[in-house]
Design a protein around this ligand. Structure first.
Ligand SMILES: [Fe+2]
Length: 271
């Protein structure tokens, strides 16, 4: 099984060279699916959202999509209040946005973006108790050998070395509940920064880079996810440099490894 995780395309300030390289990678490697975790537009304009979704439809493989904080009408207060997701939903028609179960995977999307919030920074994410309960129930639909994946725009846990600080409200609570419900892999974006870390030795939390001009300390990037064995998840971070895809790292993580010393959870790293 091979999945490609893209995020933060930010059409409106997209990096056309990076998008072309990513599309070429997909057409050459033919992954089973492409997962896109939001911020597909810059300002939530219909033209940006439509262009982003048209680009996804041209990838030639199944695409799964969940929205980000930039996918609401960004500078339009009335739009945020009255029809926050209408343009996104219209643009994404025909693209998979609902939970997706196959023999190989269960992908459960949760929308952590909010049109408005009772806090200063509306770009931050939130996952409610209700959303967590629905996602946990959805994970119970997974086939026995399916990789159980939860996808969100905002990371539920925040990597220590992330280039921007923030907090996903309810994230820690949700992470624990979803791991208890069987989640094995979390995919997120928002940080424009590649990261992978194990959580409680039971699940892998992955954040991928951006394909936009809004890079932060790293070139445009995406992540390829493989599952060479049932309990092993491999991440390949691909940087796009001068229009070419370059492997930045390949790491393998063992889920459910024993906690004794000498049994490392990360079993192979090649940078
Ligand atoms: Fe974001």
């Amino acid at each position: 099984m091979q999945l490609v995780h893209l995020t933060d395309l930010h059409f409106g300030c997209e990096d056309k060279t990076a998008l072309a390289a990513a599309a070429r990678y997909v057409s050459e490697h033919k992954p089973d699916a492409v997962i896109i975790t939001g911020d597909i537009s810059k300002d939530g304009l219909a033209s940006e959202l439509n262009n982003a979704c048209d680009w996804m439809r041209d990838l030639g493989v199944p695409v799964m999509l969940t929205p980000g904080n930039h996918d609401v009408p960004y500078y339009e207060m009335w739009g945020r209040l009255a029809y926050p997701w209408k343009r996104f939903e219209r643009a994404a028609e025909g693209i998979q946005t609902a939970p997706w179960h196959t023999d190989a995977w269960s992908i459960v999307p949760v929308n952590t973006a909010r049109a408005w919030q009772v806090r200063m920074n509306w770009a931050q994410g939130e996952i409610s108790r209700g959303q967590t309960a629905i996602a946990a129930a959805e994970l119970q639909q997974a086939k026995p050998d399916a990789l159980r994946i939860v996808i969100t725009h905002h990371p539920l846990d925040w990597p220590n070395d992330a280039p921007i600080k923030g907090l996903t409200r309810g994230g820690q609570r949700a992470l624990d509940k979803l791991v208890d419900a069987g989640a094995e892999l979390f995919l997120a974006g928002h940080l424009h920064f590649a990261s992978a870390r194990l959580y409680r030795r039971k699940a892998l939390s992955v954040v991928s880079g951006t394909l936009s001009q809004r890079v932060r300390h790293e070139p445009c990037a995406f992540t390829v996810i493989r599952r060479p064995l049932k309990d092993i998840i491999e991440t390949e971070v691909v940087y796009i440099v001068q229009g070419l895809c370059e492997t930045a790292s390949i790491r393998q993580f063992r889920l459910n490894a024993p906690a004794e010393p000498g049994a490392p959870a990360e079993i192979h790293a090649n940078v």
